[in-house]
Ligand binder design. Structure first.
Ligand SMILES: *Cc1c(COP(=O)(O)O)cnc(C)c1O
Length: 420
């Protein structure tokens, strides 16, 4: 990710990273450095004012009532699943063509990930295949808005309503993406973001967020991120055990004040230590202001590639369906001869990513589980398996220069055109 990306003209071979984090830092250096220094001076290190303000600002940006920050995107998924009451023995439907953390979070709460194959054009879970995967044990559907293209939430929510299932969006790759005018993260009962350095909105380490319009879920998530303790823990305990809450003092008390608050030694749930760091929150508040600009740049890079690459035989470009606002977290193409194309790009100094080389049902950890292997053998997810052999990603990050993207397009044109 953060490979040294200075353009080296010595051998007249450019070096272009898949994502050059130094450019974004250099552009915002003063603002970011000041924000971090201020946190150091204020010493409100845990759940301080930056965390609270960032939660409000992010909720407003996404268009939801509540945003609960956590330590990373994986924890966001685990905590959201627990808040929904997902437990051992339950099944959760999800995509096999995603980062491992999606299914890992389901396994982490003891539930069983049920894979449903993806659509060949959007790479997202195929709603037409969901119903046949529902069993008596199914409790939730976890679509991923992969590479920044939202899943088809109208179709998914409709099925969920019919079978009384929760929908939890894995929005780790889709901060700033939209579906029918609404932001990713506001399209389902609950949604989870990651602020890992490679994501659309990125901090300087790990970070994550849960978004929802459901007040009760937001309280349970707040309790779970901090050892199930204090006022949030007590309230979450009552909600989970259907105990009337008589005290109406449930104002905006998210100020856990976790360092010196005696309430932290009263525990009501088995939770986590999973808070967003105050320094990361300060950094994210700076960067959130620029997120729309970053996405504009990603989209303009994608548009450029589309115009340059659309007529190349053997190359399939990423699709953006009508009504979807693709954020191009990754620009993922397909090639009939991935190995050759990737080699050509790498030889020319262009970094390439492969997302994802192994669909999740074929990961060792799942093929070595007899139940999983039986239910999802090789061949059971033909589209995901096909894509895993064909897809690759080229640089599309916001700070990519015009001469760089044209250089990348040239290489791709030359590598395929003639020999097909
Ligand atoms: C990055 C990512 C996650 C996990 O986020 P972390 O912050 O790295 O824990 C989960 N799901 C998807 C689809 C991701 O891309």
């Amino acid at each position: 990710m953060s490979i040294d990306n200075q353009v080296e003209n010595k051998n007249s071979v450019k070096k272009i990273a898949l994502l050059d984090l130094k450019r974004q830092y250099n552009n915002l250096k003063q603002e970011l450095n000041n924000a971090v220094l201020k946190v150091m001076q204020n010493t409100e290190y845990i759940l301080g004012s930056n965390v609270q303000k960032f939660e409000q600002e992010f909720a407003e940006y996404i268009g939801v009532k509540y945003a609960v920050s956590v330590a990373n995107g994986t924890d966001a998924l685990v905590i959201a699943l627990k808040a929904l009451g997902i437990k051992p023995g339950d099944e959760v439907i999800t995509s096999p063509f995603t980062f491992f953390a999606t299914a890992e979070s389901i396994s982490a709460v003891g539930a069983f990930p049920v894979f449903v194959d993806v659509e060949p054009d959007t790479y997202n879970i195929n709603p037409e295949l969901i119903e046949q995967a529902i069993t008596k044990k199914t409790k939730a559907i976890m679509p991923v808005s992969i590479f920044g293209h939202c899943a088809d939430f109208d179709a998914i929510n409709k099925i969920a309503d019919k079978y009384n299932l929760a929908v939890i969006e894995d929005a780790a790759q889709s901060a700033g993406s939209k579906y029918k005018g609404k932001k990713s993260g506001s399209l389902s009962r609950i949604a989870c973001f990651s602020f890992f350095p490679t994501k659309n909105l990125a901090c300087a380490g790990d970070g994550g967020m849960i978004t929802t319009d459901d007040y009760n879920l937001s309280i349970i998530c707040k309790a779970l991120r901090s050892h199930g303790s204090g006022a949030n823990g007590e309230q979450a305990y009552k909600l989970l055990n259907n105990i009337e809450n008589n005290s109406e003092d449930d104002t905006q008390d998210s100020q856990d004040n976790t360092v010196y608050n005696p309430a932290k030694y009263y525990n009501y749930l088995i939770g986590h230590n999973s808070r967003l760091d105050e320094i990361q929150a300060a950094i994210l508040r700076v960067k959130l202001k620029y997120l729309d600009q970053y996405i504009d740049n990603r989209r303009s890079n994608a548009e450029y590639y589309k115009n340059r690459l659309k007529n190349i035989e053997g190359l399939t470009l990423p699709q953006s369906r009508e009504g979807y606002y693709h954020s191009y977290h990754q620009y993922v193409l397909q090639s009939d001869d991935r190995k050759k194309v990737v080699q050509k790009l790498q030889d020319a100094g262009v970094a390439v990513g492969v997302y994802y080389p192994v669909p999740l049902h074929l990961q060792k950890v799942y093929t070595s589980d007899p139940d999983m292997k039986n239910r999802f053998p090789e061949g059971s997810m033909p589209v995901a398996e096909y894509l895993s052999k064909r897809t690759f990603a080229i640089p599309v990050f916001p700070e990519l220069e015009e001469d760089e993207r044209s250089y990348i397009a040239d290489i791709l044109c030359n590598s395929i055109d003639k020999e097909v």
